[in-house]
Design a protein. Structure first.
Length: 67
């Protein structure tokens, strides 16, 4: 059986394109969460009411940590 192997890595997001959740890395750094977990919560693949509340408050506060 022959398999084709794609050895060329494709880029994730093209340069200059907007991110889906701007500021997610700063949010995660300030609150101590991994960006993978927060992204899955915001996409609805995982549930965490606390992360959703903190993200909403953080976005409303203009990107400042609100506890």
């Amino acid at each position: 059986m022959n398999r084709k192997v794609n050895r060329e890595k494709k880029a994730g997001r093209p340069a200059g394109r907007r991110t889906m959740y701007p500021g997610i890395t700063a949010f995660c750094r300030e609150h101590g969460y991994s960006h993978q977990h927060v992204r899955r919560v915001l996409l609805g693949r995982e549930t965490s009411a606390r992360v959703r509340r903190m993200w909403a408050a953080w976005k409303m506060g203009g990107g400042k940590a609100v506890r």
